[in-house]
Design a protein around this ligand. Structure first.
Ligand SMILES: [Zn+2]
Length: 328
């Protein structure tokens, strides 16, 4: 089982499956070693070195039943049990790992490319790709999706806004179905997820009690290299959700100006979710750039100012319009 914080060493086992009735495995051992290195680097970069990911890779192991045997009934349970069995027979001790990632051609009744939430211990992958792997492992760590709240009119929080699932493409927990593909695998998890993982600590998060100016450094910057400047500004919205203001500047599609997300827990499952708020021109208090189309022109340090009150206006340096959005 994975328990927070996700620091020190995390031991992960990649189990490579083949079925007698298939043409070949999803992933060969050399390709899996390469994937493991990229995925490990991605998490370690996200954790600023606080997490060391140790990944062992099994050879390609043939399952005891044909693939079709896993396509009905309790298919994931059966598949997991047999995958652990063949791994054990190959000399691995699955119980000694924090997480196992099972790679195989799809033989379960779902359209998903991966499933990452079985007991916080098992991830299933049926399409090769580092970003998808990071995404599904993120689910096993308890992270929900990073969605996008598309403004139709008025405030980002106007009831007419449309939530687009997975559509925060800069967060590994969005866009994780593989689009865009794996070039962005080193994208950073949002600061709330990082805080809960133990990769950022409270010193890196400034909580706004009132309207104030705050210096921020980009999410990609290692806290130990900084001077104590915060990575994120947290503004309490209500008992169940917070606004998070932060900067992404150094990977993927660099952005201009602060990003604002809403961190909340899903009502049914209590899983941590994130919503990127649309800062499209035309929104209320339109004083900032559109995070979805911005390009880097700012240094990795920026000054922003926010108010938790809908009535007080941001100061002249404010660039984050949502901070003055309605909070109801
Ligand atoms: Zn997902």
């Amino acid at each position: 089982m994975l328990f927070r914080p996700f620091t020190n060493t995390m031991r992960v086992l990649f189990i490579l499956l083949d079925y007698e009735d298939d043409d070949g495995p999803l992933l060969t051992e050399p390709a899996a070693e390469e994937l493991a290195a990229v995925v490990g680097e991605s998490f370690e970069a996200n954790a600023y070195g606080r997490l060391s990911m140790s990944v062992d890779v099994t050879p390609v192991l043939t399952m005891p039943r044909p693939g079709s045997a896993y396509e009905t009934g309790p298919s994931l349970v059966r598949l997991r049990a047999d995958a652990l069995l063949v791994a054990e027979q190959a000399g691995f001790d699955p119980d000694s790992y924090d997480l196992e990632v099972i790679f195989g051609v799809v033989h379960w009744p779902t359209a998903a490319s991966g499933i990452g939430a079985l007991d916080n211990h098992t991830v299933f992958i049926n399409r090769v790709g580092p970003r998808l792997t990071v995404h599904e492992m993120g689910h096993a760590m308890g992270f929900g999706h990073a969605n996008f709240l598309h403004v139709v009119e008025g405030s980002p929080l106007d009831p007419s806004a449309v939530e687009v699932l997975y559509a925060d493409e800069w967060d590994p927990m969005g866009g994780g179905g593989g689009q865009p593909p794996d070039v962005d695998v080193e994208l950073q998890f949002n600061p709330w997820f990082k805080l809960r993982s133990g990769w950022l600590d409270e010193d890196s998060v400034q909580t706004a009690a009132d309207s104030e100016e705050v210096d921020l450094i980009a999410l990609e910057v290692d806290p130990s290299a900084g001077d104590g400047t915060a990575h994120a500004l947290r503004i309490r919205r209500d008992v169940a959700s917070d606004y998070w203001v932060f900067l992404r500047t150094e990977t993927g599609e660099p952005l201009e100006g602060p990003i604002v997300t809403l961190g909340y827990r899903s009502q049914n499952s209590n899983i941590m979710q994130s919503r990127l708020l649309d800062m499209t021109p035309g929104s209320i208090a339109d004083s900032g750039p559109n995070p979805r189309s911005g390009r880097r022109s700012t240094p990795p340090r920026s000054r922003t100012a926010c108010s938790r009150s809908s009535r007080s206006r941001p100061t002249s340096t404010a660039r984050s319009a949502p901070c003055s959005a309605r909070t109801s």
